[in-house]
Design a protein around this ligand. Structure first.
Ligand code: NAD
Ligand code: SER
Length: 316
């Protein structure tokens, strides 16, 4: 039986991953944790929750021992825009925290899921159809920590036999929890504003093309990879995964099919634009498709329909 610990469980991914894993493995088998608490104390209120700072080795160690954890989904991190504002904190949390999680995993023989990002690439990376194995010279602190995290995953697997696995997520779109301060947050905000005010002021330029993914596919990717047949995994870590590819203008046009009066304007934030410009316009995820049968269920059209339907219910 799996005993799972999720760090950063109250964030955008964790809020839905906790629910999905509890449905799959049982409520008591999944320990949600975060450095903060919601008023309800828990991600979904159906299972154990621990206040846990991932930069505190003893706290991780005690939690893993107390619950007899064998798998850690390590989600705690600062996202790209916040990390550019606070690079020192980003290094401490994204790098220091992950190193401690890996050390506990080594000691307690846990498997580890590590979400890397398209932010692990940089301006010298081939920009279109970015291959699985290619140049990685990111120009952001977020990217630096993601590349180092990918390398640490490989190191802990080859050196210590820790079962590390991970993907490079594109921008993630969801209606459950708000995004945590990334460069791709516009693709979530736009839906809220389209429903509330039928207008949105976008902080990226109209033609900024990036890969994006709907949260159900992101959750599926994490669980499918962690359950994949290890003998098929040549790469194990940092798999490119993609689902949809669009610009703010294309997304606005898709939303307009449902809300014809929707208007998008642009008030570009130079910091986040520079980050987006340093990332690939599109990535090639054929390696994930080959090694563990990765296939997304949502494209731009089906995601937009589902987002609007669920967000309308949520916002009343
Ligand atoms: P998020 O910002 O929504 O959530 C992160 C959570 O970590 C927050 O709840 C926060 O309270 C918690 N946290 C921060 N510092 C902590 C600490 N010291 N100890 C414990 N918890 C701490 O992030 P997310 O979108 O859920 O992303 C999770 C992971 O996935 C991150 O590694 C992120 O880089 C990666 N990722 C996310 C996206 C995306 O679009 N959301 C894309 C690519 C990769
Ligand atoms: N969505 C994330 C961000 O913008 C990508 O890792 O930071």
């Amino acid at each position: 039986m799996q005993r799972i610990l999720i760090t950063g469980a109250l964030g955008q991914i964790g809020s839905e991953l906790v629910v999905a894993l509890r449905e799959r493995y049982g409520c008591d088998a999944v320990v949600a944790s975060d450095i903060r608490m919601t008023p309800a104390r828990d991600a979904d209120g159906t299972g154990p929750f621990e206040l846990l700072d991932c930069t505190d080795f003893r706290q991780i160690q005690e939690t893993v021992r107390r619950y007899d954890i064998d798998t850690i989904y390590h989600l705690a991190a600062l996202l790209s825009a916040v990390a550019e504002e606070k690079p020192r904190v980003a290094w401490d949390v994204n790098m220091g925290g992950f190193y401690k999680v890996l050390e506990v995993a080594r000691e307690s023989k846990c498997a580890v899921f590590h979400p890397s990002s398209i932010g692990a690439f940089g301006p010298s990376t081939p920009r279109d159809g970015t291959p699985q194995d290619t140049i990685q010279r990111p120009t952001t602190m977020y990217g630096v920590t993601k590349v180092a995290g990918e390398l640490l995953c490989d190191y802990y697997y080859t050196r210590f036999g820790v079962d590390t696995r991970g993907v490079r997520y594109p921008g993630l779109i969801s209606y459950v929890a708000p995004p945590g301060g990334g460069t791709t947050d516009y693709a979530v905000e736009i839906f809220y504003e389209a429903i509330r005010n039928q207008r949105y002021s976008c902080f990226l330029e109209a033609d900024t093309c990036l890969d994006m993914m709907y949260m159900p596919d992101a959750i599926k990717a994490a669980i499918d990879l962690m359950e994949a047949d290890a003998s098929r995994l040549v790469h194990r870590n940092a798999f490119n995964v993609a689902a949809a590819n669009f610009t703010p203008e294309t997304l606005a046009a898709e939303i307009r099919k449902h809300i014809p009066e929707f208007v998008i304007k642009y008030n570009v934030d130079p910091v986040r634009q520079a980050i987006a410009d340093s990332w690939p316009a599109s990535i090639d995820d054929s390696t994930a498709r080959e090694e563990w049968d990765w296939a997304p269920s949502y494209d731009l059209e089906t995601m937009t329909t589902d987002m609007l339907e669920n967000l309308r219910k949520k916002l009343g």
